[in-house]
Design a protein around this ligand. Structure first.
Ligand code: NOJ
Length: 753
C-alpha cells in the first residue's frame, strides 16, 4: 500500500477507528476480542494458534468497515516452539550470528502461527544482577547489547519485512530500565545525561539504525518523567535526532502507570501525556475502552493522532498485511523441528562458560559410576525466563547422561531442592553416596521462575540449601564438578574455591540436557565468556568492568585493580590506604570479571603491535583508522575457540572516563598448536565519548594518551599506547550500525605454527 493509499484510508477513518489503531489489548475471551475488533481495535496479542489468529484477522478484514488487518503481537524472546539459550546466554557466546539465527528461526516459527510483531530484542544494559530481567538482555556491556540487538533485528525482520517468515522487531525498553535503583524491577532509574548518552542510548541507536520496526517505552523515569510521558526522549532523541520512523509502543499498562507515578490524575490525563510525548500505541486497551474512545477530538490533537495512525498503517503495509493478512494454518510449526533443535544444540557450547577447571577435571574421564545430585539433575526446568506454555519442553539431564553413557552406572541422589529448607538428611545421603562412588556432579542453580520480569532478588547466592549441598560434597574429598543453571550471575564466593570445576550453563532451552552432557563429555567444548561480572557478594552490586575511575581508586589486591594506574600521574598505589574506594570486608573487583571464560585448551597472546607503527591520529576525524595486531596461539593439545577482546582507555580527558571500554571482539578457532595473527582496525568512534562540554554536544576524541588492551577477558594486559595529537570535535558521523557491524570483524591470518 502506498503512502497515498494510507492517506486515503486515513481520510475515511472516524475518530473511533483512528484511536482503535493506537492500542494493543489482550483479552482471554475470544468473543470479547472480536467485539473490540468490531469497534476498530487494530492490534491484538496472539490467539494461541494459526487458526484462531486467522479467525481474528478475517473478522478485522471482512467484517469491519475499512477492513484493516491486525498487528498480532507476542513476546517471542528466545524461541517460540524451539527454545534457544536465553539472551544473556547468547551474549556469552560473543557471537552475534547466533542471536541472528535465534531470531530468524523463532521469527519463522512465530510467523507460521500468525504472529507478525515481537517485543524483542531487549537491549537494556544491565549491571545489576539483582534485577531479574538481566536474563532478557545481553549483559553489562554497551557494545554487546548493540551488536546482539542489531543481529536480532536482522534475524526477525530479514531483508524484507513483507516476507512470510519475517516479523517486526521491537527494541526495548527505551530507556534506562536496566539501571533500576536497588535492582528492583519497575523502580526509578534516573541517571545523568552523560551516562544516558554513553551507556544506555547507544544500543538503541544501533538497533534503530539496523531498521527496528518499533521501539517500546520503559517503565522507569528519567529526569523525573516516566519515559511514557517523556517527550525529550520519545520524540527528541528517537525521532528528531535519530530519525526513527517506526512505531513507538508503550509497555503493558505503562501509560496507566503514569497515575500511580503521580504525574497524571486519571486515564485521560495519562493518555494525553503519553501521546503528546510521542507514544503511538498504548499497550493495555485504554484508548478505546469497551469500544468507546476515552478521549474526544477536543482533548487530543488530531495532528498527533493522525501521525500515530500513519505509523501503524505504514507498519501494517511494510508487513504486507493488506495483501496477505492470513497464514496457511496447515503449515504452522507447532513443535520444535529436528532442524531447529539441531541449531539450538550446536550453538549451546559457545554460550556455556567454563568458570574454572582445576587439574583439567573436565572433560569427564570414563568412569564406571557417577553420582549426580542437585535440583537440576532431575528437573526439566531448562527453558529459562520468557517462554510460553506452548514451548517444546526440555528433558532431564540424568536421562541425557544415561543415554550418552550406557555403560556407566549413573546414580541419582536428590541432595537438595531448588528452594527447600531442612534438607540435612537429603544432603547427607548424597554426600555418603558421593564418598562411596568417588565422583560427583552437582547440578545446581536458580529455577527459571526466579529470574526474568518481576523476579528481582536481594540475595544472589544459590537459593535454598544448595550451597550446603556443595559443601557437603566437598567435605567428602571426592573430585566433583558443579554445573550451574541461572538467569543471572550468581554470588558463588562461599563455595567457589572448594569446587574443582564449575561450568556456567545458564538456561539453554529445549536442547539443554543434551548440550550440557556433550560439553561435559568433551564432544563439544564450552567456550563462552561472561557477559556480566560475577560479584563477590550481593552487597558489592553493581560491579562491572567499565566503571568510571574514582578520585581514590584502590589499585592493587584484587582481580580488577585498574591497570591504567600510572604512579607518575596519579601518585603511589594506595590499596592499603583506608581512604581508597573499596569495601572493608571484600577484596577488590568482582570474583569473576566480564569476559572471563576457560575452555578445554589454552591460548597464549604474544607480540602485540600497532600494525602500521605510528599512525597519524590527527587524521582520525577524516576517517583514518589504525590497526593493532596480536598473535594468538593454541598451546593446548586440542582444537578450541577463543574470544579475543580489545578494550581502550582514555587516560586523561575533560570528563571522567571508564577504566576500560570493550571496542572489538572476535571468536577465533585454532587447531592444537596453531598460531594466528588477529588484527583489528580502530577509528574515531572507538576513541570518542559523548559530552556536552563543547558548543555542540556530541562525540569527541580528545588529544592525549589512549591505552589499548587485548586479551581473553576484561583483565587483558596493555597491548599498545597511542597518542592523539590534536583536538578533534565532531558529531559522530559514521552511522553507529556500521561501526558495530565492523566491531566483530577481525581478520585472522595464519602464521607459522
Ligand atoms: C511487560 C514487559 O515489561 C514487556 O517487556 C513485555 O513485552 C510486555 N509486558 C508484554 O508482554
Amino acid at each position: 500500500m502506498s503512502d497515498r493509499r494510507i492517506e486515503d484510508l486515513l481520510a475515511r477513518m472516524t475518530w473511533a477507528e483512528k484511536l482503535g489503531q493506537l492500542q494493543i489489548t489482550y483479552h482471554p475471551d475470544p468473543a470479547r476480542t472480536r467485539a473490540l475488533i468490531s469497534a476498530g481495535m487494530g492490534s491484538i496479542f496472539w490467539q494461541g494458534d494459526a487458526e484462531a489468529t486467522n479467525a481474528m484477522q478475517r473478522h478485522a478484514v471482512e467484517n469491519t468497515r475499512l477492513g484493516i488487518p491486525l498487528l498480532v503481537g507476542l513476546d517471542v524472546i528466545h524461541g517460540q516452539r524451539t527454545i534457544f539459550p536465553t539472551p544473556l546466554a547468547l551474549a556469552a557466546s560473543f557471537e552475534p550470528r547466533h542471536a541472528e539465527q535465534v531470531a530468524s528461526v523463532s521469527g519463522r516459527e512465530a510467523a507460521s502461527g500468525g504472529v507478525n510483531w515481537t517485543f524483542s530484542p531487549m537491549i537494556d544494559v544491565s549491571r545489576d544482577p539483582r534485577w531479574g530481567r538481566i536474563v532478557e538482555g545481553f549483559g553489562e556491556d554497551v557494545l554487546l547489547n548493540s551488536c546482539f540487538g542489531a543481529a536480532m533485528v536482522r534475524g526477525y525482520q530479514g531483508d524484507d519485512l513483507s516476507a512470510a517468515d519475517a516479523i517486526a522487531a521491537t527494541a526495548k525498553h527505551f530507556v534506562g530500565y536496566g539501571q533500576p535503583e536497588g535492582g528492583r524491577d519497575y523502580n526509578t532509574a534516573d541517571m545523568s545525561e552523560y551516562r544516558l548518552r554513553n551507556v544506555y542510548l547507544p544500543p538503541f541507536q544501533a538497533v534503530v539504525e539496523a531498521g527496528a520496526a518499533s521501539v517500546m517505552a520503559s517503565f522507569n523515569t528519567i529526569d523525573g518523567l516516566p519515559v511514557h510521558a517523556n517527550r525529550r526522549l520519545l520524540t527528541g532523541v528517537l525521532r528528531e535526532e535519530w530519525g526513527f520512523d517506526g512505531v513507538t509502543v508503550g509497555d503493558a499498562d505503562g501509560v496507566m502507570n503514569l497515575i500511580p507515578h503521580g504525574i497524571a490524575a486519571n486515564a485521560a490525563d495519562a493518555l494525553k501525556l503519553a501521546f503528546a510525548a510521542g507514544l503511538n500505541v498504548e499497550m493495555g486497551g485504554n484508548v478505546v475502552a469497551d469500544g468507546v474512545p476515552t478521549l474526544s477530538e477536543a482533548e487530543l490533537s488530531p495532528v498527533v493522532v493522525d501521525a500515530a495512525v500513519r505509523r501503524v498503517l505504514a507498519l501494517k503495509t511494510a508487513l504486507g498485511l493488506f495483501e496477505r493478512p492470513y497464514v496457511v494454518a496447515e503449515r504452522e510449526i507447532v513443535a520444535a523441528t529436528p532442524e531447529h533443535r539441531d541449531i539450538a544444540r550446536r550453538m549451546a557450547p559457545d554460550t556455556m562458560v567454563l568458570l574454572k577447571n582445576d587439574g583439567d577435571l573436565l572433560p569427564l574421564a570414563d568412569r564406571e559410576r557417577i553420582l549426580v545430585t542437585g535440583p537440576y539433575a532431575e528437573s526439566t526446568d531448562h527453558l529459562g525466563a520468557w517462554v510460553q506454555a506452548f514451548a517444546t519442553p526440555a528433558g532431564r539431564i540424568v536421562d541425557a547422561l544415561r543415554e550418552r553413557l550406557p555403560g556407566t552406572d549413573v546414580v541419582v541422589s536428590a541432595g537438595a531442592s531448588f528452594l527447600g529448607t531442612d534438607e540435612a538428611a537429603l544432603r547427607a545421603a548424597a554426600a555418603s553416596q558421593a564418598a562411596e562412588i568417588g565422583f560427583a556432579i552437582v547440578f545446581a542453580g536458580e529455577p527459571s521462575n526466579i529470574s526474568g520480569e518481576a523476579a528481582s532478588r536481594s540475595d544472589l547466592r544459590l537459593p535454598g540449601e544448595q550451597e550446603a549441598l556443595i559443601h557437603a560434597i566437598a567435605d567428602t574429598g571426592v573430585p566433583f564438578v558443579v554445573v550451574l543453571e541461572s538467569g543471572r550471575p550468581l554470588v558463588v564466593s562461599d563455595w567457589f574455591d572448594r569446587a574443582p570445576a564449575v561450568l556456567q550453563a545458564w538456561h539453554l532451552g529445549t536442547e539443554a540436557p543434551a548440550a550440557i552432557v556433550s560439553a561435559l563429555m568433551g564432544e563439544t567444548a564450552p567456550s563462552g565468556k561472561l557477559p556480566a561480572s560475577f560479584p563477590r557478594s550481593s552487597g558489592q552490586v553493581p560491579t562491572h568492568y567499565s566503571h568510571d575511575n574514582t578520585g581514590r581508586p584502590a589499585t592493587t589486591g584484587g582481580s580488577m585493580a585498574p591497570t591504567t594506574w600510572d604512579p607518575a600521574l596519579h601518585g603511589p598505589n594506595n590499596v592499603d590506604d583506608k581512604y581508597a574506594s573499596k569495601y572493608l570486608d571484600l577484596d577488590l573487583g568482582p570474583l569473576l570479571p566480564f569476559g572471563h571464560g576457560l575452555t578445554y585448551t589454552r591460548f597464549e597472546y604474544s607480540g602485540a603491535r600497532l600494525r602500521e607503527g605510528d599512525v597519524a591520529l590527527n587524521a582520525l576525524r577524516d576517517g583514518a583508522t589504525f590497526g593493532l595486531e596480536i598473535t594468538l596461539t593454541n598451546v593446548g593439545d586440542r582444537a578450541g575457540d577463543e574470544v579475543v577482546q580489545l578494550y581502550t582507555h582514555d587516560v586523561v580527558a575533560h570528563r571522567v572516563q571508564p577504566v576500560r571500554v570493550l571496542r572489538r571482539f572476535t571468536r577465533v578457532h585454532l587447531e592444537a598448536g596453531e598460531s594466528r595473527a588477529v588484527s583489528f582496525e580502530l577509528g574515531f568512534d572507538d576513541l570518542a565519548f559523548w559530552s556536552e562540554s563543547h558548543s555542540v554536544p556530541g562525540f569527541d576524541v580528545e588529544p592525549g594518551a589512549f591505552e589499548v588492551f587485548i586479551g581473553g577477558s576484561s583483565e587483558a594486559p596493555l597491548a599498545a599506547r597511542i597518542t592523539v595529537g590534536a583536538p578533534q570535535h565532531a558529531l559522530s558521523r559514521e552511522p553507529i550500525a556500521h561501526r558495530y557491524a565492523r566491531s566483530t570483524q577481525a581478520s585472522t591470518t595464519g602464521v607459522a605454527s
